[in-house]
Design a protein around this ligand. Structure first.
Ligand code: FE2
Ligand code: FE2
Length: 286
């Protein structure tokens, strides 16, 4: 962690931009999540899509930045861009750490980059913003599930817990920003929900594909026991995704807004945990 003294937080009081500088020790085991190849490669595959995916979110929102007249939303957009830029930087460092384990990270990152470039060439700015809102809903759901079930974090190597916890807190903090820009600047229900339906299929398919590619590269594609244990942790009776379907479906309501789920208590608890993990290395609110 770099020197955090004199660290003044950019962003807004509710969306502070915390500058982290994680270093990932090569002594951290390859299967750092519950010692389970499937769970580890699922999150690693997601992380491969974060740096370019988050740059795509930034571009989608930035396109409308000059048209925003609400001064509060303007500040929130800057904070959103700041937070996402830092997520991309830290996940890039994490991805490089996993690449040093011999995984085909560059190949997956390259695929994600090309796929996003293709979408940006063929989809309207409205759709790219709707896609950003859809993916922000996914990240907020996953983030708040992590905050709600911190025992999930305890399954991770403790040196990686701060990365995922910090990212989860900030995804919850800024979950309304892209949506508010969309509602003010586009406000098209059909585009919003049709893009969510499309994005859900693509996101699920490519997340699964990247997980399989990484498992194959690790020689773990036939480790059915670990895959069954991992799936049980995700979708079993006490699984991580349990209870998420109503939250997902809520997005299709014409009256949906991300703030309808008040997660401030979850975020406060998450920040206390982060403080416990990082101590005075955690940038403090001004
Ligand atoms: Fe992010
Ligand atoms: Fe985000």
């Amino acid at each position: 962690m770099s020197n955090q003294q004199n660290n003044t937080l950019a962003g807004t009081p509710n969306i502070p931009v915390r500058r982290m500088d994680f270093e990932f020790d090569d002594a951290i085991p390859k299967y750092w999540f519950a010692n389970n190849p499937m769970l580890t490669m699922l999150l690693t595959g997601l992380s491969c899509s974060f740096p370019e995916g988050e740059r795509m979110f930034m571009r989608a929102v930035r396109h409308y930045q000059d048209r925003i007249t609400d001064p509060e939303l303007m500040k929130e957009v800057r904070a959103f861009i700041g937070q996402e830029a830092h997520h991309g930087k830290e996940h890039q460092a994490f991805n490089e750490f996993m690449a040093r384990k011999g995984l085909p990270i560059a190949k997956i990152e390259g695929f994600v980059k090309n796929a996003i470039a293709f979408e940006e060439r063929h989809l309207s700015k409205e759709r790219m913003l709707a896609k950003t809102c859809a993916l922000e809903h996914f990240t907020a759901m996953f983030a708040e599930a992590i905050l709600e079930h911190p025992e999930v974090l305890e399954l991770m190597d403790e040196r990686l817990q701060p990365l995922w916890l910090w990212h989860a807190v900030e995804e919850s903090e800024h979950k309304s920003v892209a949506f508010d820009v969309y509602q003010q600047q586009v406000d098209n229900y059909w585009v919003r929900v049709s893009e969510m339906a499309l994005t859900s299929v693509l996101f699920t398919y490519f997340t699964g594909l990247h997980t399989v590619q990484l498992l194959r590269a690790s020689g773990e594609q036939r480790n059915f026991k670990a895959t069954a244990q991992g799936l049980n942790k995700l979708i079993g009776p006490k699984g991580f995704f349990r209870g998420m379907l109503p939250q997902y479906l809520a997005y299709y309501s014409p009256n949906f807004h991300p703030s309808q789920r008040d997660s401030s208590a979850l975020r406060e608890r998450g920040l206390r945990m982060l403080k416990g993990l990082l101590g005075d290395k955690l940038p403090l609110a001004a």
